[in-house]
Design a protein around this ligand. Structure first.
Ligand SMILES: [Zn+2]
Length: 201
């Protein structure tokens, strides 16, 4: 790949790593493998890795409460649907970004099955997917649903992996639901509706 493009892809992967280290690691491995790859089988293998990276990324941003009533619940490997629901949930510009996700996924999938897979195609799908993931992260981070959270990162350990979960509290006429922000890394939590109750689980 050209050195300018390689540098841009490298910086994007770094940026993705701030949000999701595992996904960034997979993309870096794909870049390394592409540098060394020579055979069709090796190119196909990178196609699989790119597809798996999209699946892992989808799993990381999708939560069950993002499925709207009557909508299909995505399978554990349905990256396109998981990312689409996450974009919908965060109210991001989901339509065209969703197309981009679909294009990247289908392209990676096609390379996996292409018995004449070429270096150019693998480089293209890897670049597209890296940019796509960076754009989805950007859309999520800049969405109102994300920024209106009182905490952007965990005040206990500094992790960016804060999950919004459900919390049930007994009300005078039954249980009522509220959002609970939980740190995936250390178990720190915050419940805004209860006057900002926080602690470590
Ligand atoms: Zn934490």
């Amino acid at each position: 790949m050209s050195s300018d493009l390689a540098a841009i892809i490298g910086r994007l992967i770094q940026q993705i790593g701030v949000f999701n280290a595992a996904v960034a690691r997979k993309l870096s491995i794909a870049v390394e493998q592409l540098e060394a790859a020579k055979s069709v089988e090796e190119y196909q293998q990178i196609g699989i890795l790119v597809r798996d990276t999209l699946i892992e990324f989808g799993q990381s941003i999708y939560k069950e409460n993002m499925v709207s009533q009557g909508a299909t619940v995505p399978s554990n490997s349905d990256a396109k649907r998981m990312i689409k629901y996450a974009l919908d949930y965060y109210g991001a510009d989901q339509e065209y970004l969703g197309y981009f996700v679909k294009t990247c996924y289908d392209y990676a999938n096609a390379i996996q099955h292409d018995s004449s897979a070429k270096r150019e195609s693998v480089f293209r799908v890897l670049s597209m997917t890296t940019l796509c993931i960076a754009l989805v992260i950007e859309a999520v981070i800049q969405s109102d649903a994300y920024t209106r959270r009182p905490y952007y990162k965990c005040p206990n350990c500094g992790s960016l992996e804060l999950e919004v979960g459900e919390h049930w509290e007994a009300d005078y006429d039954g249980a009522f639901k509220m959002e609970k922000l939980v740190c995936v890394e250390c178990g720190w939590f915050y419940i805004e509706e209860l006057g900002g109750v926080s602690g470590v689980e």
